[in-house]
Design a protein around this ligand. Structure first.
Ligand SMILES: C[S@@+](CC[C@H](N)C(=O)[O-])C[C@H]1O[C@@H](n2cnc3c(N)ncnc32)[C@H](O)[C@@H]1O
Length: 279
């Protein structure tokens, strides 16, 4: 199968599961309507004040993160290739931030749907593994980042994906390769964390990317990386033994070696006259 066919199959899964996830207590959409915040303190501290900024959220899912940025003052646009996700996000936006805009499009096709640039491009928490080609993705990121604007990524760490996550064992056994072949890993679809009781069916496909591959794709697209921070916690219970703390992150228990589970990255698109002396 070519990457388009794999992405179409993944999209089919997202369409099937998004309504079930959105109705689950795990997603908590009603609490969110009443004033919830999905962006964690660490992300806010790393990005700084977003009030008045235009923000593009790639792979915005049901809009919880997008609308959280809107609650912090940004003018937000979310993009996701799931029609179900986009409709859920639009419905939430009517109650939370009516000026928020949500588009239904594949990230790779976005230049055909949107013709503007943004002060901040953002994407996070379970996004890059769905993308077959990081160079094409980075070109899209750069296309939509305004000159002088920034790109912020918070994602699970490629190291975390090496370990067997289908067992309660705390051994962190290496089960998957770090270096991908370009072909996706094929997974029998499991019931999502949000709806463990639901019957799962079908396959999903994900691509492994190295940390160097991510960094180099952004550099080749012309972005300048301001920082890359690695963290021993992650935004969801990717291993059964992780412990949720008050900071909103899922942490390794004290008896498990501290391996990186996430990273955050901030990059800037140089302004046209950056680096030139002002006479
Ligand atoms: C794990 S979710 C992101 C979750 C999000 N950070 C949040 O917490 O709300 C991944 C999202 O990526 C979307 N997606 C996957 N591949 C995509 C693509 N090629 N273009 C656009 N959206 C895509 C899926 O529809 C899904 O909504």
């Amino acid at each position: 199968m070519d990457p388009e066919a794999y992405m179409a199959e993944n999209r089919r899964q997202w369409e099937a599961w998004t309504p079930l996830k959105a109705a689950s207590a795990f997603y908590g959409l009603d609490d969110f309507r009443r004033g919830g915040m999905r962006i964690r303190r660490l992300e806010v501290e790393e990005v700084g004040d977003v009030s008045g900024l235009s923000l593009l959220h790639l792979q915005s899912h049901v809009g919880l993160d997008t609308l959280s940025w809107a609650r912090l003052g940004a003018r937000v646009t979310g993009v996701d290739f799931s029609a179900e996700g986009t409709e859920t996000a639009r419905s939430l936006a009517r109650d939370v931030a009516p000026s928020a805009r949500f588009l239904c499009a594949n990230v790779y096709d976005l230049p055909r749907h949107l013709d503007e640039t943004f002060d901040l491009v953002y994407t996070s928490h379970g996004v890059l593994g769905w993308l077959p080609d990081l160079r094409r993705w980075a070109a899209v990121v750069a296309r939509f980042t305004a000159p002088g604007g920034r790109f912020y990524l918070f994602e699970s760490h490629p190291t975390a994906w090496l370990f067997d996550n289908r067992t309660d064992s705390r051994e962190l056994a290496v089960r998957y390769p770090y270096f991908g072949s370009g072909e996706p890993l094929r997974w029998r679809y499991r019931s999502p964390l949000a709806v463990p009781e639901a019957e799962a069916d079908g396959w999903e496909f994900s691509w492994g990317h190295t940390l160097g591959g991510m960094v180099n794709a952004l550099l080749e697209a012309g972005l300048v990386i301001e920082f890359l921070h690695e963290w021993p916690f992650v935004a969801w219970p990717m291993f059964p033994f992780l412990e949720e703390r008050d900071d909103g992150w899922w942490h390794l228990p004290a008896d498990v070696p501290a391996v990186p589970l996430s990273f955050s990255l901030l990059a800037r698109k140089p302004a046209p006259d950056a680096g030139k002396d002002v006479l």
